[in-house]
Ligand binder design. Structure first.
Ligand code: AMP
Ligand code: MG
Length: 404
């Protein structure tokens, strides 16, 4: 049976970044830029004052007193040069007028009649932001493949970009399978359960930055399964949950084979998530996830999320891993690597982790409290006080001392 790592490799070899689209600057947040950005002008575009103060020519300084001959707020430009030995009051960001090369901050002068007296020596060129000192026109400022955060959006805005080219977000068709399923809003009776997978998988898709397309429930017949999967092929990626094992009512494998899928794997050596399939179907990635809700979500994390990120142009597609000290004991008595749901927090500047004993693949309560995963090989155990590698499923953590 294929390992987690091999399965990820197979998937990532098959999927490729989607073509680009143009979006306006605000919608660039979190997207991957598909073009290199070159500065179209210098930043700053002119020499300007870094402080509220007085601008003057340092080399024309005769004494520590200067007449002040005007006022220059930010957003105004003075074309008439400042005569040698005189100063102009200038606000932060205002362009330095001709005849000036230095600014003295307001707090370093004393007002004296129509002028100012320098309280101490001022260095030539002080408190001036030089044209092009941050970036020169023509310099490369953002590499293609960069994930845009507010930091890059600000730079793009200052360079006059209104729109940017980013990789398209995949549309991801989500199909639940099962005669026992009812949609959210219905009260399950003895024989039915609520279709939770469509909701959890759709939000995992959203969280990854892609677009879910909910196709509802396929009943457990070949025809219904086939009809939904064919509709799913209008999207960029197709995901099914359930119907992927060897039960009499499991039609997913049969249907995609009928549709001439290139079946790349059908089972993965992992718990939970063993019945996970990956195929290329009509040139599109197809993921057959397990029906058990926890297994489906963990399989999404391991196999679908990296694929979606690659399709969106991300160069880094895996979650961060940290070392954390366990407060619990756990032994993998099974014969497959076990992905354990756990909860990570910070204490005294270090990561600590607790591992729930309830790791059942249908236990939605455990997963709802988890924010990390630990991979434990067969036979391996974790003892309280020992360190484990934890994959972080969220970016933010409670600091125990502050929040608990
Ligand atoms: P299956 O692989 O189709 O046999 O499903 C395995 C288990 O997962 C069964 O107990 C199903 O009832 C449950 N299951 C399947 N699909 C869903 C779903 N969409 N939402 C919640 N549970 C599901
Ligand atoms: Mg089923």
């Amino acid at each position: 049976m294929i390992s987690i790592f091999e399965a990820q490799q197979v998937i990532l070899e098959k999927v490729a970044p989607l073509p680009s689209e143009e979006v306006d600057l605000l919608h660039g947040l979190g997207r991957i830029i598909s073009e290199e950005i070159v500065a179209c002008w210098d930043l700053p575009s002119v020499d300007n004052s870094a402080m509220d103060g007085y601008a003057f020519s340092h080399k024309a300084l005769q004494s520590n007193f200067m007449n002040v001959i005007g006022f220059l707020p930010a957003g105004t430009e003075r074309t008439v040069p400042i005569p040698p030995g005189e100063a102009i009051k200038i606000m932060t960001g205002a362009p330095l007028p001709a005849g000036c090369d230095t600014v003295v901050p307001i707090e370093d002068v004393e007002a004296l009649g129509d002028g100012i007296r320098l309280k101490s020596d001022v260095k030539a060129g002080a408190h001036v932001r030089r044209r092009g000192e941050n970036v020169r026109a023509g310099a490369r400022v953002i590499a293609a493949g960069t994930e845009l955060s507010p930091l890059q959006i600000g730079l793009l805005a200052s360079l006059g970009s209104t729109g940017i080219s980013v990789h398209r977000r995949p549309k991801v068709a989500i199909i639940a399978t099962g005669d026992e399923l009812v949609e959210v809003g219905s009260v399950p009776d003895g024989a039915t359960i609520v279709n939770s997978n469509s909701n959890s998988i759709a939000t995992q898709v959203l969280e990854a930055g892609a677009e879910p397309v909910l196709l509802g429930i396929a009943r457990d017949t070949r025809e219904a399964t086939r009809e939904k999967i064919l509709r799913g092929l209008d999207a960029d990626v197709v995901i099914t949950t359930g119907g992927v094992s060897v039960g009499d009512k499991d039609h997913v494998k049969e249907v995609i084979q009928e549709l001439s899928a290139e079946l790349l794997f059908w089972k993965v050596n992992v718990k939970p998530g063993k019945p996970t399939a990956f195929a290329m179907l009509g040139g599109k990635p197809f993921f057959g996830l397990p029906g058990n809700p926890v297994a489906a979500m963990i399989a999404f994390e391991q196999f679908v999320r990296p694929a979606l990120l690659k399709m969106m142009g991300h160069l880094s597609v895996f979650r961060p891993v940290v070392k954390a000290t366990s407060s619990d004991a756990f032994k993998n008595i099974g014969d497959r690597p076990h992905l354990l749901l756990c909860r990570v927090a910070m204490a005294d500047g270090k990561h600590i982790v607790s591992i729930s004993a309830a790791q059942g693949s249908a236990n939605l309560v455990t997963i709802a409290q988890a924010n990390g995963l630990i991979e434990l090989p067969p036979g391996a155990s974790i003892a309280p006080g020992t360190e484990a590698d934890v994959t972080l499923l969220t970016r933010n953590f409670a600091m125990r001392s502050v929040c608990q």
